[in-house]
Design a protein around this ligand. Structure first.
Ligand SMILES: Cc1ncc(COP(=O)(O)O)c(C=O)c1O
Length: 439
C-alpha cells in the first residue's frame, strides 16, 4: 500500500504554534510548553531531552471520556501502553481512571508497577508466550484478547494448569482498510492480526466449551493514526453484526472492545474528533447492550510530548543541512514511516527571520536519519535549540542506542514546574551486561 501520510503543504511555524494550545511563545523566555520555558529544561538537563506535559494528557483523556459521556455511552478506556510506557505517564493515566492495554508481559508488569490493577488490564497481541500468559493469569489479568484458534487452546491449557478462569475476547479482523500508512494498518485480511469474521462463530463456540475459559466478547483494532470515522464505522458495523449473530446461536457476548487508532494532526491536518467518533460509536452500537472498551494510545499522549534538540552545526553543501544532537535512534518515526513532525525553534527572534529550506538531520550514519526535508526554517546557529513536536507517542518507546548513543533523559512538566522522570543514560551503561570471553 502506498504511503498514506498526510501530504498537504507544510504549515508555517506560526500556524504550528497557533494550533497547539500547550505551546506558547514568550518574548523573553522563548518557546514555552504548558507555561514552562523549554530553555529552562534544556539549561538544566541538556539535550536531547524528552519533555511530556501532564496537563495535556489529562485534558486529552477528559476530552475522550467526556465525548462518550455526552452521548450517554459508558466507555472503559484502556490506555495502549505501547505508545508511551513511562511509569510516570502510566501512573498519571491510572489516576485519571484509565486501565491499560498491553502487548507483552513487560508492558503488563510496567502497568501494574505504575499502579494499574491487573483486573483493569487487557492483553492483546498475536504472539503471547505460555510463560507470559502464565504470569498474567496468575496475577489476575482482566481480559486476554485472543488472536487465533491456536492461542485460544494455549490460554485454556495455561489457565487450566493454574486452576483459574481466563476471560477472553476474540479479536476479529474486520477486513477494512483503515486508510493509514501500510506499516500501521492492522485490520486487513492480509495483516497478521486477529481472526477472520467467517471463522469467529466456530472458534467462539469451541472456546466456550474449553476448560479454564470464559469467553466474554469481541475485540477489534484496525490500525493507527486514523483520521476519519468511516473505516471505524465499517469495522464496528461488522463487529455489532457479529455480536448479534453470536447471540442468536446462544452465545454469551458481554464485551465489545473497539480498539484504538485515533489519529492526531501532526501537520495541522484535522485529527480525529472525539465527538464525531463517540457519536458514530453510539449510532453503531445503539441497543447492543455491551460493555464498550477502547484502547487509545497516540491520541492521549502524542501531542503531549516533545523532543528537544540542539543544533550541532549547519552544513551548507549546495543545500542546507541542520545537524541536530537528536537522531533517528531517539525518534524513529520519520525514518520508519516517513512521518512528519513539526520543528519549532525555541528562540523568539527566529520567527522574525528569513526562512529558507533545510534538511533537518541527526548525526547517525544512515541516510534515513532525517527529521525533515526542505523545511522552511530560519538560519540556525550551533547551540540553537529546536523542539520536535507531537513526539509523545511512539517516540521514546521505539528508541535505541544505535551508534552507541545513550538514551536521552525525560522531564514531566506539571502545574508550572518540571520533574526529571528518566535520568540520561550513562555511556558506560551501554555495555552493561556485555561479556568479553576470556579465551
Ligand atoms: C491492539 C492495539 N490496541 C491499541 C493500539 C493503540 O493504537 P493507537 O496508539 O493508534 O491508538 C494498538 C497500536 O497499534 C494496538 O495494536
Amino acid at each position: 500500500m502506498a504511503d498514506m501520510n498526510f501530504t498537504g503543504p507544510d504549515p508555517e511555524l506560526q500556524d504550528l504554534l497557533a494550533s497547539r494550545p500547550q505551546l506558547e511563545m514568550h518574548a523573553q523566555d522563548g518557546l514555552c510548553f504548558e507555561g514552562v520555558p523549554l530553555n529552562s529544561i534544556a539549561d538544566q538537563y541538556g539535550t536531547p531531552v524528552w519533555v511530556y506535559g501532564a496537563e495535556t494528557i489529562r485534558a486529552r483523556y477528559a476530552s475522550l471520556h467526556n465525548a462518550f459521556a455526552a452521548q450517554g455511552v459508558p466507555i472503559h478506556i484502556h490506555y495502549a501502553v505501547k505508545a508511551n510506557d513511562h511509569l510516570a505517564i502510566l501512573n498519571l493515566l491510572h489516576k485519571q481512571n484509565a486501565g491499560a492495554d498491553v502487548v507483552s508481559i513487560g508492558e503488563f508488569l510496567r502497568a501494574t508497577k505504575a499502579g494499574i490493577a491487573a483486573k483493569n488490564i487487557v492483553y492483546s497481541g498475536v504472539g503471547k508466550s505460555e510463560a507470559e500468559l502464565e504470569t498474567a493469569l496468575a496475577a489476575g489479568i482482566g481480559q486476554i484478547n485472543a488472536e487465533s484458534a491456536e492461542e485460544v487452546e494455549m490460554i485454556s491449557t495455561v489457565a487450566s494448569r493454574l486452576g483459574v478462569i481466563a476471560s477472553i475476547a476474540l479479536r476479529m479482523n474486520p477486513d477494512v482498510d483503515a486508510g493509514t500508512h501500510a506499516k500501521i494498518t492492522t485490520g486487513l485480511a492480509e495483516n497478521k492480526f486477529g481472526i477472520a469474521a467467517q471463522d469467529i462463530p466456530a472458534i467462539y463456540a469451541r472456546s466456550s466449551s474449553l476448560p479454564g475459559l470464559q469467553v466474554v466478547g469481541i475485540a477489534m483494532h484496525i490500525g493507527s493514526q486514523i483520521l476519519s470515522t468511516e473505516p471505524y464505522r465499517l469495522a464496528y458495523e461488522k463487529g455489532a453484526a457479529m455480536v448479534r449473530a453470536l447471540r442468536q446461536t446462544g452465545q454469551n457476548v458481554e464485551v465489545l472492545d473497539i480498539g484504538g487508532g485515533l489519529g492526531i494532526g501532526y501537520q495541522d491536518e484535522p485529527g480525529l474528533s472525539p465527538d464525531a467518533f463517540a457519536t458514530m460509536v453510539r449510532r453503531v452500537t445503539n441497543g447492543l447492550d455491551v460493555k464498550l472498551m477502547m484502547e487509545p494510545g497516540r491520541y492521549l499522549v502524542g501531542p503531549a510530548g516533545l523532543l528537544l534538540g540542539s543544533v550541532i552545526l549547519q552544513k551548507r553543501a549546495g543545500k542546507r543541512f541542520v545537524v541536530l544532537d537528536a537522531a533517528m535512534n531517539d525518534l524513529m518515526r520519520p525514518a520508519m514511516y516517513e512521518a512528519w513532525h513539526g520543528i519549532l525553534p525555541l528562540d523568539p527572534t527566529a520567527y522574525r527571520s528569513a526562512m529558507s529550506p533545510a534538511d533537518v538531520v541527526g548525526p547517525i550514519c544512515e541516510t534515513a536519519d532525517q527529521f525533515a526535508k526542505n523545511r522552511a526554517l530560519p538560519d540556525l546557529k550551533p547551540g540553537n535549540r529546536v523542539a520536535l513536536l507531537d513526539a509523545g507517542a511512539y517516540g521514546a518507546v521505539m528508541s535505541s542506542t544505535y551508534n552507541a548513543r545513550p538514551r536521552p533523559c525525560a522531564v514531566l512538566v506539571d502545574q508550572g514546574g518540571f520533574h526529571l522522570i528518566t535520568k540520561r543514560q550513562e555511556v558506560q551503561a551501554l555495555w552493561d551486561g556485555e561479556i568479553v570471553p576470556s579465551t
